[in-house]
Each structure stands twice: as C-alpha cells, then as structure tokens.
Design a protein around this ligand. Structure first.
Ligand SMILES: Cc1cc2nc3c(=O)[nH]c(=O)nc-3n(C[C@H](O)[C@H](O)[C@H](O)COP(=O)(O)O)c2cc1C
Length: 347
C-alpha cells in the first residue's frame, strides 16, 4: 500500500490512466470480480462498488476498503453528500492506497435518494461542489465525479453545463458521464439503466464545451470498435454490464486502449489462475460461489459456455467438494474447447 505523504500536498498524486475503466456496480464489482477482471486486462482502471460514507466511517474497514494489491489501479466510489464525512472518507481512501476517489451522482435508487446520495444530487450542484472541495482538501489522490446527463425536471443541456461548471470550479477535472437521464420517481434502478434513451451526442457536446476537462463516456457500450471511435474525441470509456456479462471481451483492451502488446491470458489460463485465489478464499472460511459467481460469462460465445455456467451456478450448490468440481470443470472446458482457446484473443 502507498504511504500517506507527510507534507500532504493537495491532489498531487499522478492521475490513473482512464482510457478504459470498468464501472462501479453494487454487488458485482466486489473484490473477487476485480481480481478476476484484472487477469483479463492489466491496464483498465477498476472501481469498487459504491460505499456510503456511513459504511466507511462506522462499518468494517476491511470489508469496505479492503482489496488485493493486484487489483490496482483501483478507485474507491463513495456515496454521500455531507462534506465533512466525504472529506474523512477521502483521507481514508488515500491511506488505504486507492488511486482515485469518486463521488456517485448517478445512482437513482429511492433508498439512496432519501439520504441525499446519488443522482438526486444533480439538483444540488452546490452541495456536490462543496463535497468535492472538501474531499480535495483532505487527500492527495484525484477526486472525480460520476453522474448522469440530467434528472427528470432538470434535464436541459444548460443545467448539465451548470452542474459540471460548478463542480469543476470546486476542483474536479474528471467526469464520468452516464449518457442518459435518471428518472427519480417511477422507475426502478434497473429500468433507469435501460429506459431513458442514451444520448452520446450530449457527452460529446460537453467535451467540446469543456475541452480542458477529462470526459469519460458511460452507458450501453458493448463494442470495442465503437468505443475506440468515441475515444478519438473523448478521454475514455467506462463499461459496466458488458464487462460483467462478457468479461473476456476485455482481453483486447490493453492492446487497443493502451498500446500494450503484452500477451493476454487465454480463458483457460484465467480459470487456472483463479484456482489458487479461490482455494485461499475457502481456506479463510469463504464460500467458493462468492468468487465464481462473477466468472459465469467467461466462456460466452464458445462451446461449453452453458455447461460452465450451469456447473458454477447450480451444481456448485450440490457438492461439498467445490474445488474438485472446479478442477473437473477446467478439464471439461479444455476438452470442449479443443484448442479454440489457444489463440489468446477474444472470440
Ligand atoms: C448491478 C449494477 C449495479 C450498479 N451499481 C452502481 C454503483 O454502485 N455506482 C454507480 O455509480 N453506478 C452503478 N451502476 C451503474 C453503472 O456504473 C453504469 O453507469 C451503468 O450500468 C451504465 O453502464 P453500462 O451500460 O456499461 O452497464 C450499477 C449498474 C449495475 C448493472
């Protein structure tokens, strides 16, 4: 872990490279998923799930701030709006060695709205600006914001610019923008990720109007060629669901986004390299499913993908020898793929 600097100069740590990042996702991008994803891409910036300031300050630090060093570069995402609490959490994020601390202004859930967390904060740019300023004053790592292009009742481009302008004035220079509005009443969080239309052109316009800012595009991205097109004008892309459901598409990310030609692991090699991690997790009293539930999409699109998914989602609950099941499954997949996994390139 990095050491806290004695002189504590403000926000002097190097910026992580954000050309490709995996979006924060509650219940999905936990430390097990992140360890797994890191075997597929060495360079993508990873985000934790959102952790509320209350959980960080009053909860179990190991649970909310713990990670494996292999996951770096790794950003902590916070949910909250109380400037003093955000500042304390940002300082803790720095001490824990995170490469960045990000504030969630995009989550539309009712539960968080009641606590002034998430997308509802788009109606309170001054509160977000105060929070960002307090966080920046409290830590040397970069402070960033993830937000929507608007919320119902506050969805004009002028209001978006007002939001970004005020938060920028407070010192934030990196904005991850989910290119749809959130509708705060009447839609579930899941519907809020699908129903409001995607408006990539709004994010491109934002970059043209704020060229000095780092603008990252998020929402509905699944195709690497299209993502590369976006980064010709924007500073990076942030991918959520595709990175979870079809993780091996990221085997081409280091080459395409970072010009890093280091050979990538094949899917079978990824599976083999997860084995000691899983064994250690079990030795420490953990349950194998908590790790392997994140791997279900590893073989998507290849022979045996259904068998792999079934074994890890159903058969796993019917055995008291989960590692033996895993070893057998590795053999099964080797046979079913019959060399089709050797080319070390995504399907
Ligand atoms: C299961 C799930 C949980 C999510 N949790 C968070 C979260 O904790 N913080 C956040 O900012 N966004 C969260 N999101 C939203 C994603 O970060 C992302 O903005 C959204 O899924 C759109 O990107 P995508 O189309 O690439 O998935 C979540 C999305 C999903 C599917």
């Amino acid at each position: 872990m990095q050491q806290k600097q004695q002189t504590s100069p403000k926000n002097t740590r190097p910026e992580p490279n954000r050309r490709f990042s995996i979006a924060p996702m509650m219940d999905w991008t936990d430390r097990h998923y992140r360890f797994f994803a890191r075997l597929i891409t060495r360079r993508a910036l990873l985000y934790t799930e959102m952790v509320t300031t209350g959980a960080v300050l009053h909860g179990d630090h190991a649970r909310f701030l713990g990670y494996s060093p292999e996951e770096q570069p790794l950003a902590l995402q916070l949910g909250g709006s109380n400037a003093a609490e955000l500042a304390q959490c940002a300082a803790l994020a720095e001490t824990a060695g995170f490469a960045e601390v990000n504030l969630n202004v995009g989550c539309p859930s009712d539960r968080v709205q009641n606590n002034l967390i998430g997308a509802c904060l788009m109606a309170h740019p001054e509160l977000v600006a105060d929070g960002v300023k307090a966080m920046r004053d409290a830590c040397a790592i970069p402070v960033t914001v993830k937000h929507r292009i608007g919320i119902n009742g506050r969805d004009s481009y002028a209001q978006l610019c007002d939001f970004v302008g005020q938060v920028h004035q407070a010192g934030c220079t990196t904005f991850a923008v989910h290119a749809r509005i959130a509708i705060l009443e009447g839609l579930s969080p899941k519907e809020n990720r699908d129903i409001p239309p995607l408006k990539y052109e709004v994010v491109h316009q934002l970059k043209r109007d704020f060229p000095q800012l780092e603008i990252l595009l998020n929402g509905g991205l699944t195709d690497l060629d299209a993502m590369q097109q976006h980064v010709q004008q924007l500073d990076g892309v942030m991918v959520g669901r595709e990175a979870y459901h079809n993780p091996y598409f990221m085997a081409d990310v280091d080459r395409r986004f970072y010009a890093d030609e280091t050979p990538v692991l094949s899917r079978l090699e990824v599976m083999a390299q997860m084995r000691p991690y899983i064994a250690r997790h079990i030795e420490q009293g953990g349950v194998m499913h908590h790790v392997t539930r994140h791997m279900l999409g590893l073989f998507q699109g290849l022979p045996g993908a259904r068998h792999f998914r079934r074994q890890l989602s159903t058969a796993i609950h019917q055995t008291d020898q989960p590692l033996a099941l895993y070893d057998q499954l590795l053999q099964d997949m080797e046979q079913r793929l019959q060399g089709r996994d050797c080319e070390r390139q995504p399907a």
